[in-house]
Ligand binder design. Structure first.
Ligand SMILES: [Fe+2]
Length: 483
């Protein structure tokens, strides 16, 4: 399709001072605002929309089922049952908590959050929302019981989904307008990263690194964009949980229009099980899933000494039992190691506060978003500096995490020139492009990781490597990359 031919490829990667800087260059293209009509509500009066699911407890036996009814608060029930080889198990019905909010001149629909509890591990469930002609049916599979050698596959996505889709979807929208056929819902198929992830089918849950709707890019933070984004991603997030991280675009802090409560739309719409990890805020929390222990931090909440997030993380890290969950993974939005000039050093103050804890506790992987490119670090740390000793250089450190940035990648600003030169020694692989990653945990020692570049119509595995667990098998990994 002509609308998708925007790329050109030159494969000769070059070696720099550090690792590999891929010379794949994505051709810049303009981003076009989409008409909201591209995100229609489901047919039927007050039909449930914007359906999404989130792990609802510590270990994956609960699920938060969330949806919006645009006009009336009812019906407000979820009906769910176990799928036993295609036959229905006993049906259960629970009610949701309902919330709504106002933001400047916008009033949200009725936002429902229902927590389904005491589910069986590794079991498929069907759930229904709405009633009569507005009934909508979805399904999900619970994770296996937490354990050290339980394989599990995560998808990893940054912020690209909605903003990056714009010009492609707009082109398809124009095609629709020209041909007068088709279903507007089909345009949901047009985002490359999202579609590649959905088509991959390996991922069982998503580690999402923040910046959801970009509503704040619109006048008065047009909150209808929160609605449209939720409709857009429904085809994935209604069927598998996304583990949410807050980005800067979730702040929605706008005192000029008297919106002084940070994260108001995000926290009304996306509920997470933060209390289960003794957190006092949904912006930082942890969960266990299969053989992974996942800690989510907030780059945009206070993290200095004595703050709630600092105190929580200090108490949280010693709780991790690597004999139960060998893989310790941290999600945050603003990367600590980023050799792109874009957002350079924005994550530095948080790194200074917490990096030594990560090394002491042998964190395996740290995923971040925010920066419009892809980058994977060596295992390095930079914790020896004090204000007088001149020791401020990242050094190889077998106890340190690998830092991975999966942000947007490719926009009108011209990505090719955004990396600092020469490539720092801590940077193993970087590319001014965008895509998604798949993290396949095999057992307590090994995980296979691939980052897929969006290349024309195909996801291309541009950076693949094995990760060895820092607790159980702290050997040096092969620097096997391909591009
Ligand atoms: Fe961001």
């Amino acid at each position: 399709m002509w609308v998708l031919i925007f790329f050109w490829l030159h494969y000769a990667a070059r070696l720099c001072n550090g690792g590999v800087t891929s010379s794949y260059i994505r051709k810049p293209r303009a981003s076009v605002d989409l008409p909201l009509e591209l995100f229609p509500s489901p047919l039927g009066f007050n039909a449930p929309e914007q359906v999404h699911i989130t792990q609802g407890d510590r270990v994956g036996r609960s699920m938060i089922i969330s949806w919006v009814t645009p006009i009336k608060p009812y019906p407000n029930e979820v009906t769910y049952w176990e799928d036993i080889n295609g036959k229905h198990g006993h049906k259960h019905k629970i009610s949701a908590k309902i919330t709504s909010y106002r933001y400047y001149n916008y009033t949200s629909g009725f936002i429902h959050h229902a927590t389904v509890r005491r589910l069986k591990y590794d079991t498929k469930y069907i759930y229904e929302l709405g009633k009569h002609n507005t009934t909508r049916r979805f399904h999900f599979t619970t994770p296996p019981q937490v354990g050290p050698d339980v394989p599990y596959t995560f998808g990893v996505m940054g912020e690209q989904i909605y903003s990056r889709v714009n010009s492609i979807m707009y082109s398809l929208y124009l095609q629709f307008m020209l041909m007068y056929l088709g279903d507007l819902g089909q345009t949901y198929d047009s985002n490359q990263t999202f579609e590649h992830y959905v088509a991959n089918r390996k991922g069982q849950a998503v580690l999402f690194l923040g910046d959801l709707s970009y509503a704040d890019d619109y006048e008065f933070h047009d909150n209808r964009r929160w609605d449209s984004w939720a409709k857009f991603v429904e085809k994935s997030v209604a069927y598998q949980p996304w583990i949410w991280t807050a980005g800067n675009h979730e702040l929605d802090y706008a005192p000029e229009i008297e919106e002084n409560t940070p994260f108001k739309p995000y926290m009304h719409r996306y509920h997470v099980p933060y209390k289960a990890s003794q957190s006092t805020s949904p912006l930082w929390y942890s969960i266990k899933r299969a053989s992974a222990y996942i800690i989510v931090l907030s780059s945009y909440s206070a993290y200095g000494t004595y703050t709630p997030q600092y105190n929580w993380l200090q108490q949280e890290l010693p709780k991790v039992n690597r004999a139960e969950t060998p893989w310790l993974i941290v999600l945050l939005h603003s990367p600590w190691y980023n050799s792109n000039n874009y957002h350079y050093m924005e994550g530095e103050s948080m790194r200074v506060m917490f990096e030594s804890w990560f090394v002491q506790n042998k964190v395996d992987l740290v995923f971040a978003g925010h920066v419009h490119s892809y980058e994977r670090s060596e295992r390095i740390s930079n914790t020896k500096y004090n204000i007088t000793n001149n020791l401020g250089t990242p050094m190889k450190d077998a106890s340190a995490p690998v830092y991975i940035t999966i942000g947007d990648g490719g926009n009108i600003e011209g990505l090719a020139n955004n990396f600092s030169e020469p490539q720092p020694s801590y940077s193993a692989f970087r590319e001014a492009s965008f895509g998604h990653a798949i993290l396949e945990i095999k057992n307590r020692t090994h995980a296979f990781y691939s980052w897929y570049r969006n290349h024309e119509n195909e996801p291309i595995a541009a950076d693949s490597t094995w990760f060895y667990n820092r607790y159980w098998y702290p050997h040096e990994e092969p620097s096997s990359t391909k591009n």
